[in-house]
Design a protein around this ligand. Structure first.
Ligand code: ZN
Length: 446
């Protein structure tokens, strides 16, 4: 049977069923050979010099000393530099490029344009995947995956869920409550679903999942950027949090909570929450409980906002100081107990926040070695992403590692980041090659 008679019936069948098929699925995937690199695989304690990595399509096909490639393959000479997995950011908000108040007043297309720019910026930092833990980034993720705009892989949480007056309730004092007779707040509800009581919480989780959330973000305690919830407040009862966990688990994914304090985190752990975001004020006992339950800790240095915090400030600046005072204790206790801390920044609110997020590498050196930070930002963060189970949008292979069958998300770096991770902060000069999904987005080696 020739190709025509073989292909036409398949195409007709596909059209009738509404299935799209590639125009020509018989062509072999293209290959790229990266030779002469020192490979750090995301898990080892050192890199191995004199290696080659063969990429076929969007995956790593093989790794070795002298790999043959097709004659037509593109060959990149790594000049002996370090090849490492692309960075994974565990906590960002690409759909929140302005302050929460401005989200309600700025034009939606302006906000979308800023988010597109932020996504490109993050990719050019060498951050090839982000866990976007709150905010409607699902449309941006789709446009990136379709190749329309450049950006990282996005694991979106879509709308986050907050109780009335919780950390996600950004209404002004004159705004009526959307669930108490007030008009539906179309803009606000793109970002926050205000829900009280287990039934409303279940509904909100299902609504966020309907919009493509890969995991669910719930506000379980006081926050900095919200006006009307002191840091010490616990938000949601265990029963409400359990309702969120059940609804997420019915979708075979998980709940992550925003929480700083022992009381808020203990409620969440009791309800079956899998990931604690922040946790800056946790005691050693609560961290031990987190470890016993097998939950993840996704925390941040908040380094890039430290310069704005002065002693004695009130309002949100005062809340930020209150939280940051716990950072040293949190990071050092987590390290002592052997609890890995996911690498994330919580960048949102301005383009400058995304730009300066790279300083997270250097701030973490107060508590961790360069090698520990690199493992947090690659193989460890990849484990966190895998909690999304069947909701994981990227299931062709593992992320955050260099091994056969893994996604070809790769960086070639000037200098040795295993000795000083801060070289990744000067990404313009020190990141020589950025590849995501087998596609080269930057290459200054030629
Ligand atoms: Zn956040």
């Amino acid at each position: 049977m020739n190709t025509f008679t073989k292909t036409v019936p398949i195409l007709l069948f596909a059209l009738l069923c509404g299935i799209s098929v590639a125009a020509d699925d018989t062509t072999a995937a293209s290959q790229i050979l990266i030779r002469n690199v020192s490979v750090w695989d995301g898990t080892s304690d050192q890199s191995i010099a004199g290696q080659s990595v063969l990429i076929e399509g969007n995956l790593i096909k093989s790794i070795g000393e002298n790999l043959p490639a097709e004659t037509a393959a593109t060959v990149i000479d790594g000049r002996g530099r370090v090849l490492m997995p692309g960075i994974i950011e565990a906590h960002t908000h690409l759909a929140l490029p302005v302050s929460p108040a401005k989200l309600r007043t700025e034009d939606q297309t302006y906000l979308a344009a800023l988010s597109v720019k932020a996504a490109e910026l993050v990719l050019m930092h060498g951050w090839t995947t982000v866990r976007d833990i709150g905010g409607p980034s699902q449309g941006l993720a789709k446009a990136i995956d379709e190749g329309i705009v450049p950006g990282p892989r996005i694991y979106t949480s879509a709308m986050y869920i907050s109780q009335t007056s919780g950390h996600g309730d950004f209404r002004g004092l004159n705004d009526p409550h959307p669930n108490m007779g007030g008009p539906a707040d179309a803009v606000g509800q793109r970002y926050t679903l205000i829900a009280d009581g287990p039934a409303e919480v279940s509904r909100a989780v299902r609504e966020s999942l309907r919009h493509g959330a890969t995991a669910i973000k719930v506000m379980a305690g006081g926050g900095i950027s919200s006006e009307y919830d002191p840091i010490d407040t616990t938000q949601y009862s265990v029963a409400e949090l359990r309702a969120a966990v059940e609804a997420a688990e019915q979708w075979n994914t998980y709940v992550a909570v925003h929480a700083y304090t022992d009381a808020a985190v203990r409620n969440a752990l009791e309800a079956g929450v899998k990931v604690i975001e922040h946790g800056h004020l946790l005691s050693e006992d609560t961290l031990k409980l987190l470890k016993k339950k097998g939950a993840f800790l996704s925390s941040q240095s908040f380094g890039f906002v430290r310069q704005y915090i002065k002693p004695g400030q009130s309002g949100r600046a005062g809340k930020a100081a209150e939280v940051m005072a716990g950072t040293d204790n949190l990071m050092l206790t987590a390290r002592k107990l052997g609890i890995p801390v996911a690498f994330g920044t919580d960048a949102f609110g301005s383009m400058r926040a995304y730009e300066s997020a790279v300083s997270e590498f250097g701030y973490r050196l107060r508590w961790f070695t360069s090698l520990e930070i690199l493992k947090q930002a690659t193989s460890h963060n990849a484990k966190l992403l895998e909690l999304t189970g069947p909701r994981n949008p990227y299931q062709d292979g593992p992320l955050g590692v260099i091994q056969e069958g893994a996604y070809a998300d790769l960086l070639i770096v000037e200098g040795n980041p295993l000795e000083d991770v801060r070289i990744l902060e000067d990404y313009e000069n020190n990141i020589l090659l950025i590849m995501k999904d087998g596609v080269v987005y930057k290459n200054t080696l030629e």
